[in-house]
Ligand binder design. Structure first.
Ligand SMILES: [Zn+2]
Length: 385
């Protein structure tokens, strides 16, 4: 898994997302093919391009291979890079143990994932399926095809591309406010938090401003891995210098973009239609459930609240946690902190709270060891009196 064959740059990194993103919904609909197996499996699950293993003792839920195979196909297509053949599958390992074992030599204290190795020995390790693994798959697809460039571009691109429908990735543009500039990011040693945050912002800006094909022809230029020629290469592809691009990016007043649709229409509910009731079996063996590491989760959903009101939320199950999370920045006027804050219930709990007239994400997950199946019922209704 370690290379031993001397990759020149940024060897210490290939790090991943630094923190658990809040969670989010998963895309139904776009699954091209069924994985081998299908049912939850605590051993090895293979898809056309991936070999997924797990060290946690929890099963690999049936939705996991569907999600990851769909993600690796989407990512390769956008990257304009080819995937490998089925006899050369990419190894994807889940679990804290796997990450600790694989992701050595990092400058960061704690990692949620990484990519290590070369060629067909490349390994992805991740602690989480839906938010962490896609970021690492971006690195893996690129690394299988070419030498990586500066972390500002690699981490920036991996962050932006980790966003997909139901799993959005939101970027902040500087909008004239203080930020970490291109020159400064390029000079930072190793990997830095700025490469993730402002690298993603800069890559996102390049994508929006110059288009996907220009960005990818730059990212896929074999000379990208040479930091010396980077300024010239950049100008060649984008028709402006790094300084000019930095300046234009920093004052661009376009709104902050979101990569990937925030909500999947079929999994979006509205309180305008009356009380919302969701029920079924929360079962790792179902393709609607993903997970492979510390938690299993139901494909997350969205809830539209037409106007600020008060709700009663109940969550019935043998285990698990149900959350109503802020999905995007939302300000519908004075409503008090309670209305805007995220709501969280353990199995068996009932909660009454104000809720703002915004769009929220609904997230059901469980960290019960072994992921035993449980029936569940979630009920959300407006309190009118
Ligand atoms: Zn990364």
């Amino acid at each position: 898994m370690s290379t031993g064959r001397g990759r020149l740059k940024h060897e210490e990194g290939r790090d991943s997302t630094l923190f658990m993103l809040a969670t989010s919904a998963l895309a139904f609909g776009s699954w091209g093919c069924a994985p081998d197996g299908g049912d939850a499996d605590d051993g090895v699950v293979e898809t056309e391009h991936l070999r997924i293993t797990n060290t946690t003792g929890n099963p690999i839920c049936a939705g996991t291979p569907l999600l990851l195979e769909s993600e690796v196909v989407r990512i390769a297509k956008v990257l304009e890079l080819p995937l490998w053949s089925a006899d050369d599958r990419l190894n994807v390992h889940f679990g804290e143990d796997s990450v600790a074992e694989v992701c050595t030599g990092s400058s960061f204290e704690h990692l949620n994932g990484c990519v290590r190795g070369e060629g067909s020995d490349i390994i992805v390790a991740a602690t989480e399926v839906a938010n962490i693994a896609p970021h690492e798959l971006v690195h893996a697809v690129r690394l299988r095809n070419l030498s990586l460039g500066h972390p500002m571009f690699e981490e920036g691109l991996a962050e932006v591309l980790s966003g997909s429908d139901g799993f959005p990735f939101r970027v902040d543009y500087p909008h004239g406010e203080p930020y970490t500039g291109v020159e400064e990011m390029l000079a930072l040693p190793g990997r830095d938090f700025a490469h993730y945050v402002w690298g993603a912002s800069f890559v996102s800006w390049l994508w929006e401003t110059h288009g996907q094909s220009t960005l990818m022809s730059f990212m896929n230029d074999p000379r990208l891995s040479d930091d010396e020629t980077l300024p010239l290469l950049f100008e060649e592809h984008f028709g402006q210098s790094l300084d000019e691009a930095d300046e234009a990016w920093s004052i661009d007043d376009r709104p902050n973009p979101t990569w990937g649709a925030p909500c999947i229409p079929e999994l979006t509910y509205s309180l305008a239609d009356g009380p919302v009731e969701l029920s079924g079996d929360f079962d790792c063996r179902e393709p609607t459930v993903y997970g492979a590491s510390s938690s299993m989760a139901l494909w997350s959903m969205c809830l539209d609240i037409p106007e600020t009101t008060r709700v009663r939320i109940s969550f019935d199950a043998n285990h698990g946690r149900f959350q109503v999370l802020s999905r995007e920045p939302c300000d519908v006027g004075p409503a008090g902190g309670e209305a805007y804050r995220s709501k969280s219930l353990d199995a068996g709990e009932v909660l009454e709270e104000d809720i703002a007239g915004c769009r929220f994400q609904l997230f059901l997950f469980s960290q019960e060891p072994g992921f035993p199946p449980t029936p569940y019922t979630i009920h959300i209704e407006e309190i009118t009196d």
